[in-house]
Design a protein around this ligand. Sequence first.
Ligand SMILES: C[S@@+](CC[C@H](N)C(=O)[O-])C[C@H]1O[C@@H](n2cnc3c(N)ncnc32)[C@H](O)[C@@H]1O
Length: 295
Amino acid sequence: MTATAWQLLREAREVLRAAGVDPDDALRLARDLLPRHTTTPWELLDQPPAAFAAELRAAVGRRAAREPLQLILGEVDFRGTRIATAPGVFIPRFETELVCGVAVEAAREARGGGAVRVVDLCTGSGAIAVALAREVPDAQVWAVEISPAALELAARNAAAAGVRVTTVCAMAGDALPELSGAVDVVVANPPYVPPDGVPRDPEVRDWDPPAALYGGGPDGLDVPREVMRAASRLLRDGGVFVMEHADVQGAAVRGALAEVGGFDDVRTLRDLTGRDRMVRATRTRGTRQVGDWHP
Ligand SMILES: C[S@@+](CC[C@H](N)C(=O)[O-])C[C@H]1O[C@@H](n2cnc3c(N)ncnc32)[C@H](O)[C@@H]1O
């Protein structure tokens, strides 16, 4: 006898529980896969189509092997926009929505009637860049990334969201020399994990690309330092820099920003659990060196 919908779900939940995965992922997968087979909602389904049962079991098997749910679903919600995911590209996280929110606020304040220039360094899937373009009307958004595969996904995500984002394949440190001194907001979620901070969750350790996780150097802050220098170069006087970091890196990031120079009003901001998770700083007015500015 074929399994009923609820038997199928119970079986899927057991498989996930045994693998140490949240059993509720079974229903998330079922709801995602079902519309490909029938218009009957999950709650009213008695006998699921055989093809659906096979597809659900396959998806549950992938999840039990600790493939991230967002990769199996092929998308993630980021500030109300569907961002496509792809193997080899960092999956956007909830905490980054808060970092993006601080950048959105800074960009809205900077608008003052005219177009605002925003640069997202280390854009990955383009989640931050797309959200900024959607949420700040008239923003001109550039998205910088070293991975061509990630940048291609960022361009697809911008097109799917119906927004204009200029994608640039470059190291953060070398990016956009033509915009030096002319950017209102620089935002970044760079790689920042130190070499001894290998993530425990297989979903992160085995699936996020190393170039998206490890920041380099003994403290994981080599790429973040490159990003800070780029922000100091790109921002106009009074422009705002927002960057995500690990909860233990607040003081180190403030110290690194002081070494890079050119910032004041440097503040470490916390996430909803009260942990230090980002820095916000303002490009100091009137400190730009002669020859620093390349319009
Ligand atoms: C933590 S992921 C963040 C992706 C995206 N901003 C997000 O929040 O979901 C960091 C990204 O930075 C890119 N990256 C690493 N080093 C870089 C560098 N020096 N310049 C530009 N991008 C870099 C990686 O390829 C990766 O896509």
